[in-house]
Unconditional design. Structure first.
Length: 542
């Protein structure tokens, strides 16, 4: 036992020295063409989401940058460098929209990725006065704006997520609807000590076979009014359908906590099991990151907050917080100053077979111009189940006001990179900081990996939301799920990556489809991206 402890101590010491002497990521946004700087200050607390999308089906993933009060941008990937494709693809029609996040899905199953925007329509009596819209992809050449007027009311749409709720083969949409009015809670002396917001009603849009949507949040029992700021469809209880996790802001004051809605398929309803399953925390819910960090074949969830973050270990559908035990709660920046976390994303930085964790940060106190609390981004490297804070040598620990973030291999060099958005605030302008989107290119000496792109046909939605893959290698297993939304108002790649370490092949892969069917593949060679269709066909696509 003593020898094992000494070995572990030496191993962690060597790891700490390595990460202190090597830059893990390099910021390269200007060098790859992403040079847009917001022309002013926006005082934007939330929003600033990013969305990964392959607009033209060329195999090089593009991305959409939500600009808040400023112009949003569609960046087209030209073999590892980017150009502004906003005008080329007809997205100048979005000028004047206050876009907080964007989320893509091939809603009509025609083989091209469409997307929806979550916009600040009439929040707190202000906003852009627009309805949210669907941007329909016309054969990879342009987008057509389709208003959701008549489907939903104008609101303060802060975020969204896609998933096939009723397993009919078409992607459905959940819209988080934020604050309609904000008041203050006063003490006996008349001083303001808290918040008293009024929330809008969240919306569930069921897809009518790719032709239109109908709103039925109340009918399905998910029309929450708790100031929704993030949501994710995910099969929490491993029963083959999409449950819904919802984060509410200001829960500490409204006493409306986060919500775990269990899908009752084949019934057209959800049940609120938040209290029963341990998810009802009243907090400032910001973002959701999912990943099987403990490699036990179910999905766990990292939840961000102002102050203490939560890592919910999944125990047969019940959620047990272990963030403080793992020392990844990030409660304080320093002393007793609370930190603010937005996007917490699991990914395998060096493809060694376990999940690391990136957390984008931006302290809400810096919304006040004279306040300059430094609350930098954080990177934890997973070593034998322990999360090591490697932020100081990571290259990602920028202390600007970050929000939405995404993970994808933009340059096709076989490792995963981080794109992290920044909202432009006055204090940073005073300090002459370069406030723009940051691209952190992975610099690791990567080991082997395999990637899976799932494609639905017949009765499975083209996007494969609700589809999962179980990877098994060297006695370990890890479950992954196609991303319909993650982090804060963002959506990362839908390619599922798994690190193999020094292995040259993957022992076993099981593709799990919404209808309960499974396909098993063995001894897949490393270094390739495979496409698997729901009918069982597999081929190398990269």
């Amino acid at each position: 036992m003593k020898l094992n402890f000494i070995f572990l101590f030496i191993s962690l010491s060597i790891t700490a020295v390595y990460y202190s002497q090597n830059t893990l990521f390099k910021e390269v946004s200007d060098g790859i063409g992403i040079d847009y700087i917001y022309p002013g200050n926006d005082f934007q607390m939330a929003g600033g989401g990013l969305m990964v999308i392959d607009v033209n089906n060329d195999g090089w993933e593009d991305f959409f940058q939500s600009g808040g009060v400023f112009d949003s941008k569609l960046w087209i990937n030209d073999h590892g460098t980017f150009f502004d494709g906003t005008k080329l693809y007809g997205l100048e029609s979005l000028k004047g929209y206050f876009i907080q996040g964007a989320f893509c899905a091939d809603y009509n199953n025609d083989g091209y990725q469409d997307f929806v925007i979550a916009n600040y329509g009439v929040g707190i009596g202000q906003g852009d006065k627009h309805y949210p819209v669907i941007l329909k992809n016309i054969k990879g050449e342009k987008f057509k704006l389709i208003s959701l007027e008549g489907v939903v009311e104008k609101g303060n749409y802060s975020s969204a997520c896609w998933g096939d709720v009723n397993k009919d083969g078409y992607s459905d949409l959940y819209l988080c609807n934020y604050v309609s009015a904000m008041g203050g809670i006063m003490d006996s002396l008349g001083s303001e000590i808290g918040y008293d917001p009024i929330g809008y009603e969240n919306k569930l849009l069921i897809n009518k076979k790719g032709k239109s949507f109908y709103e039925c949040g109340k009918y399905f029992g998910v029309n929450d009014i708790g100031c929704g700021l993030a949501a994710s469809f995910s099969d929490v209880d491993n029963d083959g359908d999409q449950d819904l996790l919802l984060l509410n802001d200001f829960g500490e004051w409204t006493h409306k906590g986060n919500v775990y809605y269990r899908n009752n398929f084949p019934e057209s309803s959800f049940s609120d099991v938040s209290l029963e399953k341990g998810f009802s925390k009243e907090m400032y819910g910001m973002g959701i990151g999912k990943g099987d960090y403990d490699q036990d074949g179910d999905l766990d969830y990292y939840i961000t907050n102002i102050g203490r973050n939560y890592l919910y270990k999944n125990d047969k559908g019940s959620l047990i917080d272990v963030a403080q035990k793992k020392d990844i709660d990030l409660t304080y920046v320093y002393d007793k100053v609370l930190g603010t976390s937005w996007s917490g994303l699991f990914f395998d930085y060096e493809f060694d077979g376990d999940l690391d964790l990136y957390v984008s940060k931006g302290n809400v106190a810096t919304l006040v111009p004279e306040t300059t609390i430094k609350d930098p981004n954080v990177l934890f490297i997973n070593e034998n189940g322990l999360f090591i804070d490697s932020s100081n040598a990571s290259g990602v620990n920028d202390f600007l006001s970050h929000r939405g973030s995404v993970i994808f291999d933009y340059d096709h060099d076989g490792d995963l990179d981080i794109f992290s958005s920044v909202v432009k605030l006055t204090w940073s302008a005073y300090e002459k900081k370069d406030q723009k989107l940051k691209v952190y290119q992975n610099q690791c000496n990567k080991t082997n990996f395999i990637g899976i792109r799932m494609v639905g046909d017949k009765n499975v939605n083209s996007d494969c939301f609700s589809c999962r893959v179980l990877f098994e290698n060297n006695g370990k297993k890890m479950l992954k799920e196609v991303d319909g939304a993650s982090g804060q108002a963002s959506q990362s790649t839908r390619i599922l990556y798994f690190g193999l370490g020094d292995s040259k092949k993957l022992d076993k892969l099981t593709a799990i489809w919404p209808d309960g069917s499974k396909n098993t593949f063995e001894n897949l060679k490393e270094g390739f991206i495979y496409q698997i269709k729901s009918a069982g066909e597999i081929k190398i696509i990269r």
